[in-house]
Design a protein around this ligand. Structure first.
Ligand code: ARG
Length: 262
């Protein structure tokens, strides 16, 4: 009886091993399907036209940054998927590994460089003051002391606002809300990125109630952020960006959103 059991076990084991072998062979067989492109998980904060926004009545993200990252991702062999989150959530999401890339008109700063890596700069911007069009007392950054300022949370504009002596700063989740605060009179000035303020005045109907004043504050450059140490992705994006600048892709996208070639 015992012998029979041992023999039976031996047979069972042999069959199991054989089957495992079959399974292994099957897996190794070449697949007829083309290999699927790797997915690039991109996140943005879409209240920042013309860099990223949602066209009225659409859930799709559009804008300069969206076109750019799609072009770069494709060049680097990725399928690009874009999601959205709060601007101040982008860097933590990169750090946690929940997303691969953040593109959001994000200024390359020394502080951010400590926690994420940036590609080469892809756009030159800077901060500017936006006021109500009837306001004739605020003529630039120098006149902001003790004023009510609206900014978007986590931005360089917010940082700048906190440097203004006596200013009462309100930080909003979106850039659109900060601008609306100016419209309703809750704020006397907004500190925003120059290209975004200009686009809003020229295209977004902002000229009905707002205007920019004074000089653009210190040059800022936008970069695409990846998780710190993700050298493979950073190199791939930098290479794709350099290619896009060389082969006209960048100029084409620039023209779409800013009218003239760079
Ligand atoms: N350039 C500014 C910064 O990096 C503002 C960016 C805001 N971007 C956005 N998608 N809302 O802080």
């Amino acid at each position: 009886m015992k012998k029979l059991f041992v023999m039976l076990m031996a047979i069972v084991t042999a069959v199991a091993m054989l089957c495992a072998g079959c399974g292994g062979d099957k897996k190794a067989a070449p697949s007829k399907e083309a290999p699927k492109a790797k997915i690039l998980r991109v996140a943005t904060e879409p209240s920042f036209a013309p860099f990223e926004f949602q066209k009225e009545g659409s859930k799709e993200f559009t804008g300069f940054d969206i076109d750019l990252i799609k072009a770069l991702g494709t060049k680097a062999g990725y399928k690009v998927e874009v999601s959205n989150m709060g601007f101040d959530a982008l860097i933590p999401a990169l750090q946690a590994g929940n997303i691969d890339v953040a593109i959001a008109g994000m200024t390359i700063t020394d502080e951010r460089k400590k926690v994420v890596d940036f590609t080469a700069p892809y756009y030159n911007a800077g901060l500017i003051v936006v006021v109500h069009k009837d306001n004739n007392t605020i003529k630039g950054f120098k006149d902001l002391a003790n004023k009510k300022l609206a900014v978007q949370i986590g931005t360089t504009g917010e940082k700048q606002a906190h440097k203004v002596p006596g200013a009462k700063v309100t930080a909003f989740n979106t850039n659109v809300e900060a601008t609306m605060e100016l419209k309703t009179g809750g704020a006397e000035a907004v500190i925003n990125d120059r290209p975004v303020a200009e686009y809003f005045l020229a295209t977004g109907g902002g000229d009905k109630f707002a205007k920019t004043v004074g000089d653009v504050l210190e040059a800022e450059q936008y970069g695409i952020a990846v998780k710190k140490g993700n050298k493979e992705l950073l190199d791939a994006l930098n290479k794709a960006l350099a290619d896009a600048k060389k082969d006209g892709t960048y100029d084409k996208i620039y023209k779409t959103w800013f009218g003239a070639a760079k």
